[in-house]
Structures are given as C-alpha cells and as structure tokens.
Design a protein around this ligand. Structure first.
Ligand code: HAM
Length: 431
C-alpha cells in the first residue's frame, strides 16, 4: 500500500515499532511512553508538578520573552496570522509557562512553584541528526525563588534524569551572565574590541556584531576563538552580588557532588537569562551535542507585563537527544509487555463466544488480544506469537461443549485445562 504524502521534513512519526529514519533510530511509541514515565517519576520524586500549555501562543509573547534579536525569533519561528492576530508554534516552553503562571496567579498557591513539562516544540532549523523542526522537550521551571539552592536543585534534577537512564558520559558547563546593566557594559566593550577585527570575522559573526555581539562568543570557528582569546571577559563586568550568588550556586553544586566546568564564554541563545546559565553536553552526539540547557530568568515576568519581579530558574532538554544518548550508552529501554491472553477461535459459534469473552475479560482488567479478520487457526497462532502473548487459548466446538479450554503458556508450551469461569483468576494469579 502507498500514498504520495510524506511527513514534513524535520518531523517524524512515532510508530508501534522502532524504525530507522535516514540512519537515526526512531524509538517505538512504547519506548517513548517508558521514557516519559521515568522522567515523570524523577520529576515527582523531586516534588515537581506538571503543567501543560497550548502549542501555539501569541507571537508577541515569544518575541518579548525569548528576544527579538535571537535566532529563534528572527529566523526560526513557524508563524501564522488569523483574523488579524499573529501566532507562533511555540519554539520553547519557558515563556509560555511564565505567561500561564502570571495569568492564573499561581503565586497564590504559596511558596515556590516547581513545575515540569513534556511536549512538542517547533523551530524552523535546518534538519540534521538530532535537530528537528518538530522536537520534544522536557523541562523544569522553578518559579519565585532567587535562592542559589534553587539553581543547584534545578541542575540536580536535570542530572538525575540522565542518571536514571544510565547516561553518564556528559559534561556540565556553567557561567554567570550577571544582570542586564553589567551585560550591556560588557556588550559595548566587546563590540569596541571586535570592531577592528570586523573584516576577519565570518558573515554570521559580522551580522551578530551589529545585532547581538554576545552570540559571537558561541563561535565554533578556530580563528574566531583566537580573536576572542584576548577579548574582555563578561566575568569582569558582572556585579558583585551576582558574583556572590554564583559562588553560592557552585558551593551547593559541590554539596551535591555535581561536577561542572566553569565556562566564561557560555552565553546561551535566548535573551531572558540573568545570572546563572548552564548547558549539558554529550560528546557522543556529534554536531548537535547539547542535551539540555537552562538558567535563571529573573526579569522575564516583567518583560511580559508583570508589575512585580518573579525570580525564576529552569532548564529544558531534547527528548530526541536523550534517546540518542541512551543508545550511545548502550542501554536498553524497557520492553513493552505483550497481551496476557490471545484468544483464537474455530467456527462461527466460537468466534461469537470469543468476541463476547474478550470484552468481558478486558473489563475485568486483563490485556486480551484476538483476531478481527476471520483468519485460519495457523495464522491466528502466528499472530499470538508476534504479539508476544503470555497465554493462548483456542476455542472450538469441543471447548464450547465442555465449558473448559486448554490454556497454553506460549514460552514453555505447557497446557492446562481450565473451566471457562476460572480463566480470569488463572491468568491473574500468574501475572
Ligand atoms: P534551548 O537550549 O533552546 O533552551 O533548548 C533546550 C534543548 O532543547 C536543547 O539543549 C536541545 O536538546 C533541545 N533542542 C533545541 N532545539 C532543538 C531542535 N531543533 N531539535 C531537537 N532538539 C532541540 C530552551 O529552550 C530554554 N527554554 C531552556 C530553559 C528553560 N531555560 C530556562 N528554563
């Protein structure tokens, strides 16, 4: 069978079975489910609550939140207009979560709001391994806390998730960006320093020099890194209380035995960050090596209209890159369980009895499979095997007459005769 339609480039289908998409393994829906369950479990253990926001938001929210000059907003948004209003498919979930927090007055619940999410995001980037146009993020936002312990705890939650999957080969880099005033002074100094080198810079960096010089620090080009070696350092511009905050974040990371490397060039690609910024990388992932990133965004709330500051910190991570890292670590994902019972039937009376019984057993809590195609007994038993059923039961005229059936354990081949009204208990007892 076929169709002329294809999923859009940079997106992928999640199917009942894992498959290869241009050399990348796309995990099965059961594997996605298992991974999401483990993530939720770690989140709950860390006393976080789930939040779900819509996948589209007003363009203005994302532009103001993430920043007009960022690559995400200026080049990568899936945007559309409807009845005079501009919308975007969300490229990230921090600004939406802050919008939701403010709109619903979640501060009235009292204390710090520790929220997590799992869901799709959209960025019109050039697709490549580990980089999609529709990808999935899980993340945490700790809203209403400026205590450095919130920073260390957020990083600890991120690390706990990778540990839960046996992904140990990672490197954590951290930095402090200070508050906007310090950053503005630094940006001026950086621009003054780089201007004489303008002709030596790549086209991308030349564009950034005019619009967003901070991002030049992200360069992967050797000759640009050489130029930057003697550039002014952001660290020298950061105010004393941000530096003090950063020292305490590091102390708390040490308290939790979390290893990190300080990287004064780490700036991140979103404008809302203040103070702490961090990124987790895997050397096993190739060009798209960022597993997760985050930081503090103490001014985002005011940027999107709050009359009061709401100091907050969070991180987000790519699900697809988590799968790649689990694969690179050589770790297996939990296998989904097959049906408890597969019913095969012979003849029309048996078919109707099976149909009724399958639905009754399901109501009683068993995972029951059967054939919906009226196939031969041989094909039905093949299907029972393919579906990895624990037990198979064949119903024909004799069984109907006797009111009992042979319950076959598929793995061992052992058979036991069980009266019809004892089958549910028989299977339940052995689950
Ligand atoms: P981000 O660094 O833009 O941060 O994205 C976080 C993670 O999402 C990345 O490290 C990467 O794993 C994944 N990711 C991003 N773009 C793609 C893509 N095109 N394909 C596949 N995976 C991708 C944020 O989004 C911030 N909201 C993080 C944050 C939360 N900061 C504070 N709270």
């Amino acid at each position: 069978m076929s169709t002329s339609f294809q999923n859009i480039k940079g997106t992928f289908d999640i199917l009942p079975d894992a498959y290869s998409d241009g050399g990348t393994r796309i995990a099965s829906s059961a594997e996605w489910h298992a991974v999401e369950e483990t993530i939720r479990d770690v989140m709950h253990r860390h006393n976080l609550e789930e939040i779900r926001t819509p996948i589209f938001e007003p363009t203005e929210l994302v532009a103001r939140g993430v920043g007009q000059m960022t690559d995400i907003v200026s080049k990568e948004m899936f945007a559309f207009e409807r009845s005079g209003t501009n919308y975007v498919l969300r490229p990230e979930i921090t600004a939406p979560v802050m919008r939701s927090f403010l709109q619903h007055h979640l501060e009235q619940r009292g204390g710090v709001q520790k929220l997590f999410y799992i869901g799709p995001c959209f960025r019109a980037e050039q697709p490549q391994k580990g980089r999609y146009r529709q990808f999935h993020q899980f993340g945490v936002e700790v809203i209403g806390a400026d205590d450095p312990r919130a920073d260390a705890e957020t990083i600890a939650i991120m690390m706990a998730i990778y540990r839960a999957f046996g992904v140990e080969n990672t490197s954590l880099r951290i930095n402090t960006l200070g508050m906007p005033d310090a950053r503005a002074k630094f940006v001026n100094a950086l621009r003054d320093y780089l201007e004489p080198y303008e002709d030596d810079l790549s086209e991308t960096s030349r564009r950034r020099l005019a619009k967003n010089p901070l991002r030049i620090l992200d360069t992967k080009l050797d000759y640009e890194q050489e130029i930057l070696a003697n550039a002014p350092a952001l660290t020298d511009f950061v105010e004393a209380d941000s530096r003090e905050h950063y020292e305490r974040v590091k102390t708390h990371l040490d308290d939790l035995s979390i290893e990190y490397e300080e990287d004064p060039l780490l700036v991140r690609g979103l404008d809302y960050y203040t103070r702490t910024a961090f990124e987790l990388e895997s050397p096993d992932l190739g060009a798209q090596s960022a597993l997760a990133g985050g930081g503090r965004y103490d001014l985002l709330a005011e940027e999107i209209g709050s009359s009061q500051p709401v100091p907050s910190i969070g991180f987000a991570a790519g699900m697809e890159r988590l799968f790649l890292a689990i694969e690179a670590a050589g770790n297996d994902l939990p296998e989904p369980a097959g049906a408890d019972v597969f019913f095969a039937s012979l003849g029309e009376d048996a078919e109707r009895w099976v149909f009724r019984t399958v639905h009754r057993f399901r109501r009683e809590g068993l995972h029951v499979a059967h054939d919906l195609k009226g196939r031969s007994l041989k094909s039905q038993m093949k299907e029972a095997n393919r579906q990895d059923a624990t037990y198979a039961i064949i119903i024909g005229g004799n069984e109907l007459e006797a009111g009992a059936a042979q319950v076959k354990h598929m793995a061992s081949g052992e058979q036991v005769e069980v009266p019809f009204d004892g089958i549910v208990d028989f299977v339940m007892d052995r689950k």
